[in-house]
Design a protein around this ligand. Structure first.
Ligand SMILES: Nc1ncnc2c1ncn2[C@@H]1O[C@H](COP(=O)(O)OP(=O)(O)OP(=O)(O)O)[C@@H](O)[C@H]1O
Ligand SMILES: [Mg+2]
Length: 373
């Protein structure tokens, strides 16, 4: 069915997922080479959605492992169904009693029970979790291992056998090998580096923010109710916001939300005022909002004469819609905090939200806008 790159693109589009050439090519290769696909990229660019669309397009069942810190392999691979084992021993108490009734001593009784152990550590009492389930499934599946960078490195090691050979070993039973190679998609927000051994086993795709053309296509495909001309302008504004040094840059999903919001408000022409009134739909941090409010007049109308003061949103002369967005604690926030990113970095957990994290300010990016002394 996914016989060409174009066929992949069409199949995904049929499920509402707009893929560019590069993405469609990678997915095509994944299906042909039977290799897992590791997608890295900022939040909200369609990593998870790709797995869902691929499952829907191929009619495969989607199995999802959502990773989190401290997750252990029993929740990812399999565990023994302790409750069921206990229930069986209760019901079979008499039978077990008979087994050891004529044992000469405790040692012999334990040996006899031990000889029956395999009954209780058999398929019957095995509770499959997503990874084993994907391998054991009779039907081909799509396996989504979402946000692998949130899990501990130990889980990555657990994945290696699965990703390399599509098999899972259960010491008490043996090795399960997949009847049909699953399409495996791993996603990462790149909050930490993944092991080289894991990367080596996967095709790799860096999914970045889309081109203006593709983003507009995505927004249009969502039937937001916003007219095309306004949507095109909105996409440009969002792209402009992404160029600011925001802590969290707006993603595709936020562009869609903004388009819906503006459609609900019946907007048929963009103005700095209406964008400022609704900017909190796309920008979620206090300081980011201030920076955005400052930039919006320029983004919506490049000819607007607005002084570009990057470091403080409240010492400039132009009138923009501060009303609802004025912040009462700004003096503490802006004046006592000359370098917000340094303060944040000190608070953030090591390894997360550092320079490698998407959306953090690029150190030199604001130099060009600094005011002359
Ligand atoms: N190529 C696309 N085609 C259609 N919709 C898209 C596309 N990319 C993103 N979207 C939209 O953006 C939303 C967010 O995408 P998704 O949840 O897959 O992001 P993500 O990359 O997994 O983000 P996170 O890292 O935060 O989990 C989707 O629900 C979908 O509506
Ligand atoms: Mg996701």
């Amino acid at each position: 069915m996914l016989s060409s790159i174009e066929a992949v693109r069409e199949a995904l589009a049929g499920e509402g997922y707009i893929a560019d050439e590069h993405l469609a090519t990678t997915v095509f290769l994944q299906t042909k080479l039977d290799k897992p696909l590791l997608i890295e990229g900022p939040a909200g660019v369609g990593k998870t959605e790709l797995a869902k669309a691929l499952a829907a397009a191929t009619g495969r069942r989607l199995l999802r492992l959502q990773c989190y810190e401290g997750q252990d392999e029993t929740k990812a691979l399999y565990e023994w169904d302790y409750g069921k084992q206990l229930l069986y021993t209760q019901i079979l108490r008499e039978k077990i009693g008979q087994l050891v009734a004529d044992a000469a001593d405790l040692d012999e009784a334990v040996d006899r029970i031990g000889a029956q152990e395999s009954v209780f550590f058999s398929d019957r009492f095995l509770a499959s979790r997503p990874l084993l389930e994907a391998v054991r499934s009779d039907e081909p599946v799509v396996l989504l291992i979402d946000e692998i960078d949130r899990a501990d490195e130990a889980l990555e090691a657990v994945l290696l056998e699965l990703l390399g050979e599509y098999q899972v070993s259960v010491p008490e039973i043996g090795t399960f090998t997949a009847k049909h190679a699953p399409y495996v998609i791993l996603t990462s927000n790149n909050t930490r580096d993944l092991a080289a051994a894991l990367k080596r086993r996967c095709l790799h795709l860096f999914l970045d923010y889309p081109s203006a053309e593709r983003e507009l296509e995505i927004v249009r495909s969502k039937d937001t109710g916003l007219n095309d001309a306004v949507a095109a302008q909105l996409v440009d504004v969002v792209r402009g916001l992404r160029d600011l040094d925001l802590r969290k840059a707006p993603s595709i999903s936020e562009t869609i939300d903004w388009a819906r919001t503006l459609a609900v408000l019946g907007v048929d022409e963009l103005s700095a005022k209406v964008l400022a009134d609704t900017v909190s739909v796309v920008v979620k941090y206090d300081k980011d909002i201030r920076k955005s409010l400052e930039a919006l007049p320029r983004l919506v109308d490049p000819n607007a004469t607005v002084p570009t003061t990057a470091h403080n949103g409240h010492d400039h002369g132009h009138a923009h819609a501060h009303g609802e967005h004025t912040h009462t604690h700004e003096s503490a926030d802006t004046e006592a905090e000359p370098d917000g990113s340094a303060v944040r970095e000190a608070k953030d957990k090591p390894g997360r939200f550092t320079d490698g994290y998407y959306g953090t300010p690029k150190k030199n990016a604001s130099l060009g806008r600094r005011r002359p002394f």
